[in-house]
Design a protein around this ligand. Structure first.
Ligand code: ATP
Ligand code: MG
Length: 232
């Protein structure tokens, strides 16, 4: 049997900010297959820049990005992402045009993230974790099959943090027989305990990725480093 195709490969990416700050230099990596993959690294190591390049928000100076499935970014702060006043209207906004009646896909997307029945709820009444799950539902309803999550739990309390991670873990488990391409996620974190749930993780250092490792093994390695060196 063939190995499942990689949803993402980047080759030789180079990016400098207009003020000359180098963020990535000859950065190459490939997701080993569908699944939940994590990226760690100190402050300024280029993690957010890499996600923005993959999402197409920035143009690389050199290098190529081969994304086999539609990507979508999920930011650290859902308030920077959610645009409309209500859960249902937010999801309708992200639903591709021409899909027919909207109610069923909106309800399905809400149910997928544990927010069944929330269509008429105002967004300001949601908890931080619920807002983050709505941001994930918006990405899913848009047709994204590669979620690029930039420290999605950094602003959440421990309980909501666990819920969001468990949700992404479950969504990336991809039961066989689904008609759409499998869902994958590239999740940036400074919280080393989150590495326990991923399919593999790597460390970015000054814009250069290391090798894929098992999450718990990378966690052990990084916990042995002086505080601040590993993940900032
Ligand atoms: N808008 C910007 N303008 C100029 N330089 C920037 C900008 N955003 C990021 N940088 C610089 O690019 C480099 C990579 O930053 P990036 O935000 O990608 O790092 P990061 O790994 O996401 O860090 P953190 O863990 O703190 O979020 C850093 O030197 C940073 O200062
Ligand atoms: Mg960042």
């Amino acid at each position: 049997m063939n190995a499942p195709a990689s949803p993402l490969r980047v080759e030789g990416l180079r990016f400098r900010w207009p003020n000359g700050t180098p963020a990535l230099d000859n950065c190459s990596l490939e997701l080993p297959g569908p699944g939940l993959w994590m990226l760690v690294g100190g402050n300024g190591s280029g993690k957010s820049t890499l996600l923005r390049l993959i999402a197409g928000l920035l143009e690389p100076e050199a290098g190529k990005i081969f994304c086999q499935v539609p990507p979508a970014l999920v930011f650290q702060n859902p308030d920077h992402q959610l645009l409309l006043p209500g859960c249902g209207s937010e999801l309708c906004f992200h639903l591709p045009k021409g899909q027919g009646p909207r109610q069923a896909p909106v309800e399905a997307a809400l149910a997928q993230v544990g927010l069944a029945g929330f269509a008429s709820r105002p967004i300001h009444s949601l908890s931080g974790g619920q807002k983050q799950r709505l941001a994930i539902a918006s990405a899913l309803i848009s047709g994204a099959r590669l979620l690029l999550l930039d420290e999605p739990t950094a602003l959440l309390d421990p309980e909501s943090q666990g819920e969001v991670l468990a949700l992404i873990r479950q969504l990336c488990n991809n039961p066989p027989g689904e008609s759409s391409p499998p869902l994958s996620a590239l999740w940036v974190t400074h919280r080393l305990e989150e590495l326990e749930l991923c399919d593999g993780a790597l460390r970015l250092e000054r814009g250069r990725p290391g090798r894929w490792q098992k999450g718990p093994a990378l966690r052990l390695e990084l916990e042995g480093l002086p505080r601040g060196r590993a993940t900032g």
